[in-house]
Design a protein around this ligand. Structure first.
Ligand SMILES: Cc1cc2nc3c(=O)[nH]c(=O)nc-3n(C[C@H](O)[C@H](O)[C@H](O)COP(=O)(O)OP(=O)(O)OC[C@H]3O[C@@H](n4cnc5c(N)ncnc54)[C@H](O)[C@@H]3O)c2cc1C
Length: 290
């Protein structure tokens, strides 16, 4: 049986390195994505993952991108899956579609309403990501991961988040990947809260390279991930100089990676926005030091 993400996370081969992509909107975009995956292959990612959209059309694009990566590259591929806006029957069909593509790793998520606002379950749908974990595990030999939130989920609180993460593990999840964050202490304290409840699954740190000034406000708005004051101040000091901003952003995010790895993070998952250069630079530095 091929090695699973969990085998790899629990091995002594050092931290995992993986990359998240979003599905491109057309065939040309898919081919560009294959080019990016090819460039990253030199860095030997342990796997790549593809996000799952909030609308029917974007979901189709996920399967198309996953199929292309599996067909045209040798990299292991994980598919994301959400329940928002879908009946349970539609979610079952999506799981079967992944199975047909040969995808055995699924990141099980709730998703958010496409237009923003509060999540309401589909009338014939599942209610939480925990329900989805249970469903995926019941339908085949899948290895299932889930989301975790170092800065807290916007609808929850830190203690509820830890209890939900434990419920996901009890439902069959075998690893978690965090939302992006910029304060290593937030990651360390999430892991501490989870372990204190008896949770054992590995928690991979989700890392967003910061390369352009508009990211400062955008990421804080999207994920509630506040930057530590000194981190943000160093970026703002060079916000008028593109090259300096990029250099400082890469320095800061490289240090964030060092800090979470020193604290015991079993892996880093990079949110690349489908570009590879900044991730390659950060990883190159970490590997030179190792
Ligand atoms: C690594 C990563 C990848 C992601 N990929 C995607 C993607 O591909 N597509 C996409 O649309 N979104 C994606 N997301 C975003 C994710 O769908 C949202 O953050 C969503 O709001 C929460 O998803 P969840 O899986 O944590 O949901 P859940 O675990 O269901 O939790 C969401 C909220 O529901 C409530 N809740 C859940 N269970 C309980 C309970 N037992 N008791 C009381 N309250 C409860 C809590 O308020 C909780 O904060 C990703 C997030 C991460 C971190």
């Amino acid at each position: 049986m091929p090695e699973t993400i969990v085998d790899r996370l629990r091995s002594s081969d050092g931290p995992t390195f993986s990359v998240e992509f979003f599905p491109p909107s057309d065939d040309a975009g898919v081919q560009q994505l294959i080019g990016t995956v090819d460039q990253l292959q030199g860095l030997q990612p342990d796997w790549v993952s593809v996000t799952y959209g909030a609308t029917g059309a974007s979901r189709y694009k996920t399967f198309s991108a996953v199929g292309a990566i599996r067909g045209q590259t040798a990299v292991s591929t994980m598919g994301h899956l959400t329940i928002a806006g879908q009946s349970a029957a539609e979610v079952v069909r999506a799981i079967q579609a992944y199975e047909r593509l040969g995808v055995t790793h699924i990141l099980a998520l709730r998703g958010d309403p496409p237009s923003g606002g509060r999540f309401a379950p589909h009338p014939e749908g599942l209610r939480t990501a925990t329900d989805l974990v249970r469903l995926v595990k019941s339908l085949g030999d899948f290895t299932v991961g889930v989301a975790a939130f170092p800065d807290g989920h916007p609808e929850g609180d830190l203690d509820l988040d830890a209890r939900i993460l434990l419920a996901k593990e009890q439902a069959g999840a075998e690893f978690a990947i965090t939302q992006l964050f910029f304060d290593p202490a937030a990651y360390v304290s999430l892991v501490g809260r989870f372990r204190a409840l008896g949770g054992t699954m590995p928690i991979i740190a989700g890392i967003m390279p910061v390369t352009v000034p508009s990211q400062i406000e955008r990421f804080a708005g999207l994920s509630g991930s506040a930057m530590p004051a000194d981190f943000e101040a160093r970026l703002r000091a060079v916000a008028d100089d593109k090259a300096a901003f990029r250099a400082v952003g890469i320095d800061l995010v490289t240090q964030l990676c060092r800090d979470v790895l020193d604290a015991g993070a079993p892996g880093l998952q990079f949110f690349t926005l489908n570009r590879s250069t900044a991730t390659a630079e950060i990883l190159g530095r970490l590997r030179t030091e190792a």
